[in-house]
Design a protein around this ligand. Structure first.
Ligand code: PRX
Length: 637
């Protein structure tokens, strides 16, 4: 690999040391990145595991993202977003145009009765109207709850009930791989099931969709033309900006709540540090707004910094695998940020798909969502980055708000497969079960030892879970649930989840949720799912299923497999695909009745079973092995 020259490394390490030894001063300086209406009285106040940042500081997120650029005229006509979709339709909006659209929608929401603190559910594909919706909600000091447009109606229902949202913003449909995906019908279901909905704003795309069954709660709009200014509602730094649901090990997805001030300070600074965006940057983060990466690095950070971004509504490899590379060439993308899953998918195709496009506009590449294998890293570096663009592998989570471990752009030497060093102000370690620091190259738990401004506020309606999930394993330290090692130079390599969370294509899926979805099939008595490594998606789901006695005769019928897969798709949406199903009579459980997924995984991976003394019934594991062998044989036939 080409050698880079890092003249500022020592200076940076001093800067990092300052940031952790004088953490409050450091963050106080960084907070000046935002245009506050009033500065904070105190930088940090901690109460147990709950941390407040920039207390007394007053601001508004839509003002931060838009008004500041429009008022000073400097960025007013600068493009905020270039947009394109699968149909080849394009649109670009300047900061000023976005500001007008946001004011318009915020005025409509206000007229409907939306107030500060209300929760608004947004169910939209990745387009300009979706971003306008988030900012319009923020302008009113209300709280958005974005639900990924690939999620099913049941997922929306769970999230709407938990967050008590009374308003929804949605659109008729989206496009994916040449198909029309109906979104409105899912919202029809919600209106029917959940009577507390007051109104639904429906963006009519005026194309390929006939609106019928229009419940009176719908307000249909097809443009945001015309100007209705509305004052941004002033919020205190610690008031919530949004709630975003993510999977955990147990129970339904948790509503991660982020504050306004700390979150914005954190995402804006980290984007600057990670990618060193310039005035002329055309930034493309390929994430959907339904995930944290979309919230932080498609919407809030680039807009706060006044950057021009590109967004694309559609699949990466449709109509062919050169689509993304053609877009990079067309829009002259300068910084590009995507997931290892996408890269692994492109690696399967001949290089011609890439080589026929001029990617010389690229300056920096990024990766997120799952560990990037060194081979993928090198492929990305050589083929997309032309062996000159640094790769910023960013480790972080929904809960952390922004990048935590990543190479500070241009300063930190890169090492394939390693997210490298913690960002300024972030203190990490790799520890054993007892919390003792491990030696170099020993695998252990990643911990974060100091609070930082991007840290979530809490879990919505469940402070106890917040304490228990993240702070109980190692008292006083944040435990993200990832395994890691630290090399001799303190470089961190992430080694995947230490719990039962599965990562499919970088998306976080809880085992419990998938098992509950399988149980929705009335023929199923019990289910256990595990994630197993997959060359493209990182992990895929394998399910072990026990049928109800009256359906046991279907055990060898292949249709039951497809039926269960379809149930999961219906309940959870198309992101959650079950790869293989094994029908068994019994699941391996402990004497206290807990399913031993560890053993299921060991069988699937052909590994030693390890300690089985807590197993209630040895025969169950033999049966699992048998089911596995049988399926393997039938697949080989
Ligand atoms: O396991 C880690 C993995 O993704 C988890 C967080 O998932 P989510 O909240 O959905 O956020 C994804 C986007 C930030 C982490 O606990 N993860 C994320 N980034 C990386 C990663 N694993 C290894 N390397 C990364 N760069």
């Amino acid at each position: 690999m080409k050698e880079f020259y890092y003249p500022y490394l020592n200076k940076y390490l001093q800067f990092y040391q300052f940031s952790i030894e004088n953490s409050e001063d450091f963050w106080s300086i960084q907070a000046n990145i935002l245009p506050w209406f009033k500065k904070w009285d105190k930088v940090l106040e901690s109460n147990g595991n709950f941390h407040k940042w920039f207390i007394g500081g007053l601001l508004n997120a839509s003002y931060v993202c838009l008004d500041q650029h429009v008022i000073n005229n400097f960025n007013k006509d600068k493009i905020a977003y270039y947009y394109e979709n699968e149909l080849g339709e394009t649109k670009s909006v300047s900061y000023y145009q976005l500001y007008l659209m946001v004011n318009n929608l915020a005025t409509r929401l206000k007229d409907l009765g939306v107030n500060k603190g209300d929760v608004i559910l947004i169910y939209m594909p990745l387009n300009i109207e979706a971003i306008v919706s988030m900012l319009a909600v923020a302008r009113l000091g209300a709280i958005h709850n974005v639900v990924f447009s690939g999620f099913s109606k049941n997922s929306i229902l769970d999230r709407i009930i938990d967050s008590k949202a009374k308003y929804i913003i949605t659109t008729t449909h989206t496009y994916r791989k040449g198909k029309i995906i109906d979104l409105k019908s899912n919202i029809d279901f919600i209106i029917n099931e959940y009577k507390d909905i007051k109104n639904v704003i429906l963006f009519d795309r005026k194309k390929d969709y006939k609106i019928d069954n229009l419940d009176p709660k719908y307000i249909v709009i097809d443009n945001l033309d015309g100007y209705n200014y509305i004052d941004p509602v002033i919020v205190e730094s610690n008031e919530p900006l949004f709630v975003l649901y993510t999977s955990g090990t147990t129970g339904k997805p948790k509503g991660i709540v982020h504050s306004t001030g700390g979150y914005l300070v954190y995402v804006a600074n980290t984007l600057k540090w990670g990618f060193n965006l310039g005035y002329d940057s055309i930034w493309w983060c390929t994430a959907d707004i339904g995930w944290i990466t979309g919230h932080s690095y498609v919407v809030y950070a680039p807009l706060t910094l006044g950057v021009s971004s590109f967004i694309y509504e559609g699949a990466p490899d449709y109509p062919d695998p050169s689509k993304w590379w053609a877009l990079i060439e067309k829009y002259k993308i300068t910084e590009f940020y995507t997931s290892p899953t996408a890269l692994r998918m492109f690696m399967r195709y001949p290089l011609e798909y890439i080589k026929k496009h001029n990617l010389s506009s690229l300056r920096v590449l990024g990766s997120v969502g799952e560990p990037i294998n060194p081979e993928v890293w090198v492929w990305y570096f050589e083929n997309i980055g032309n062996s000159v663009c640094p790769i910023i592998d960013t480790w972080w989570q929904t809960e952390t708000g922004g990048f935590m471990i990543a190479p500070f752009m241009g300063i930190i030497p890169l090492k394939p497969g390693f997210a490298s060093l913690p960002f300024p102000g972030v203190v990490v370690d790799v520890v054993d079960e007892n919390g003792s620091s491990l030696n170099a190259n020993e695998k252990g738990f990643l911990v974060i030892k100091k609070p930082w401004p991007g840290l979530m506020k809490t879990i919505l309606n469940d402070e106890e879970k917040y304490n228990q999930i993240y702070w109980s394993k190692f008292k006083g330290w944040y435990c993200p649930g990832d395994y890691a090692i630290k090399d001799e130079n303190g470089y961190i390599q992430l080694l995947g989840r230490a719990d039962e969370v599965i990562k499919i294509a970088g998306h976080r899926i809880g085992t419990f949720e998938v098992e509950s979805a399988i149980l929705e099939n009335h023929k199923v008595a019990e289910a256990a799912v595990v994630g197993v490594p997959d060359e493209i998606k990182g992990e895929v789901i394998n399910a072990f299923v026990v049928l109800k006695q009256e359906f046991n005769h279907l055990k060898d019928n292949v249709n039951i497999h497809n039926e269960i897969k379809q149930t999961v798709r219906d309940v959870m949406g198309p992101v959650v695909i079950i790869d293989k199903i094994f029908i068994v009579d019994k699941l391996p459980k402990t004497r206290s009745g807990k399913i031993m997924r560890r053993l299921l995984k060991a069988v699937l991976l052909g590994k030693e079973l390890g300690d089985t003394t807590t197993l209630e019934d040895e025969a169950s594991i033999e049966e699992v092995k048998h089911a596995y062998q049988e399926l393997k044989q039938s697949l080989n036939k």
